[in-house]
Design a protein around this ligand. Structure first.
Ligand SMILES: Cc1cc2nc3c(=O)[nH]c(=O)nc-3n(C[C@H](O)[C@H](O)[C@H](O)COP(=O)(O)OP(=O)(O)OC[C@H]3O[C@@H](n4cnc5c(N)ncnc54)[C@H](O)[C@@H]3O)c2cc1C
Length: 393
């Protein structure tokens, strides 16, 4: 019998497995995909830097573009605002990365293997049984038994969909359509790579992202919060936007891809001998690029509680996940409240585009945009949490 079976080898699963294997636990990772595999979610947050260090993961070796901040643009009004992470509250990590997810997820998984976990790709999990004294995982390569099971299956949310515990979050993004411009001209790439910042365009029907990725690529997507959504939106936004026209400058674009109904929470994300992390537990909305960070942070926090429990044979107790859930609740509540304000209030006009905002509030906003949400000296974050509209649990 294994100590832990991790289902899913995205950022959540690979982070959890690396940390467990490093502690000496017999860890098996199963993923239905063959890596490297395509994934959307290319813009990371500065709060990942301490996790990368903990994992011994080197992101700054030139494979990934440094991201210094985020720009918000409303072409209808001519408004523009740039938030550089370096202007956050003191102690907030000053930069992040824009990544090709196939390369990034594969590199993280290599760390998992190096840490001593067994990784099997091209293996689909078809059933999970909680047997009281162990968990039995049936997969396309056979049956595996373990003392503990982690569901890190992303939007497939294996356990949640089986138990019908996926609860859509109303009022957030409904659908996204995206593609990649590749290659950009040298001049446009240089312009984008100077700060490597993500550009968010404000639109009538939602918003749009422009993310530069090594090398000479531009990820471009549109998120709609309207139920009447057509993938043609990508083309109409591209042809109407001077900003998109400027940066793409005739570059060819890949096929469009569409993702729908991505905003939800899993209302039963833990139990005796099992826990869900990453998107399998909750995904809010892509607007502030929090998905990968919350997936990796959740994995790290879970292992903080699970490793001592495995060592003392107390992993059966569902209490193992309590500290993890408490810590993640603050992060999910903060981002959920920010996203709610983004879609439902004049947050962007009244704060993002204001010429002389309260400097402390601005720095606090930048720290939240950086994912630095566990500090207790952020007045802006406290305002978000006081007026919170969405609770994670
Ligand atoms: C439109 C859009 C844009 C986004 N943009 C960003 C962004 O800019 N920045 C950001 O941080 N996040 C972004 N995200 C979110 C981000 O992609 C996810 O939050 C992140 O990938 C979650 O990681 P994960 O490890 O939980 O899941 P995943 O990365 O999805 O990994 C799950 C893994 O589980 C495997 N799996 C699933 N079912 C099974 C099964 N039955 N058996 C075996 N294996 C299985 C899959 O093959 C997959 O490899 C975006 C999301 C959307 C929808």
């Amino acid at each position: 019998m294994r100590d832990v079976v991790v289902i899913g080898a995205g950022p959540a699963g690979s982070t959890a497995a690396t940390l467990l294997a490093r502690e000496g636990f017999d860890t098996l990772v199963l993923d239905q995909a063959i890596f490297p595999r395509f994934h959307i979610g290319e813009s990371l947050l500065p709060i990942d830097l301490p996790i990368f260090e903990n994992l011994g993961f080197e992101a700054g070796d030139g494979a990934f573009l440094k991201k210094c901040g985020a720009e918000f643009i409303d072409e209808r009004s001519g408004s523009f605002s740039e938030f550089l992470f370096v202007d956050g509250l003191s102690g907030t990590p000053p930069y992040a990365y824009q990544v090709d997810r196939a390369t990034f997820d594969n590199a993280l998984l290599m760390r998992t293997r190096e840490a001593g976990a067994e990784v099997r790709v091209g293996v689909k999990v078809t059933d999970v049984e909680m047997l009281g004294d162990r968990v039995r995982v049936s997969a396309s390569d056979g049956v595996h038994e373990a003392r503990y099971c982690i569901d890190a299956t992303g939007q497939d949310a294996f356990l949640a969909r089986r138990a019908h515990t996926v609860e859509p979050i109303k009022g957030f993004g409904v659908a996204a359509v995206f593609g990649h411009y590749d290659p950009l001209t040298e001049a446009r790439w240089k312009e984008l790579a100077r700060t490597g910042s993500i550009k968010i365009l404000m639109l009538e029907q939602g918003w749009s992202w422009l993310i530069p990725i090594e090398s000479h690529r531009l990820s471009f997507g549109v998120v709609s919060h309207k139920a009447t959504f057509s993938p043609d939106l990508l083309d109409s936004v591209a042809s109407a936007s001077k900003v998109v026209q400027h940066f793409t400058n005739g570059a060819p674009r890949t096929e469009k891809r569409v993702i729908r109904n991505f905003s939800y929470k899993n209302t039963a994300s833990h139990g005796s001998r099992w826990a869900c992390i990453g998107d399998a537990a909750c995904f809010l909305d892509p607007v502030f690029s929090s998905g990968v960070s919350l997936a990796m942070l959740g994995a790290e926090r879970l292992v903080e509680g699970l490793a001592p429990a495995l060592r003392t044979n107390t992993e059966r107790s569902a209490d193992v996940t309590q500290p993890f859930r408490k810590k993640m609740e603050r992060a999910y509540d903060t981002f959920a409240s920010l996203i709610h304000s983004f879609y439902n209030t004049k947050l962007v006009e009244n704060l993002f585009f204001v010429e002389h905002p309260d400097p402390e509030i601005r720095a606090g906003l930048i720290s939240v945009l950086a994912g630095d949400v566990w500090r207790t000296d952020n007045r802006f974050q406290e305002m978000l949490l006081t007026g919170r509209h969405h609770r994670h649990v």
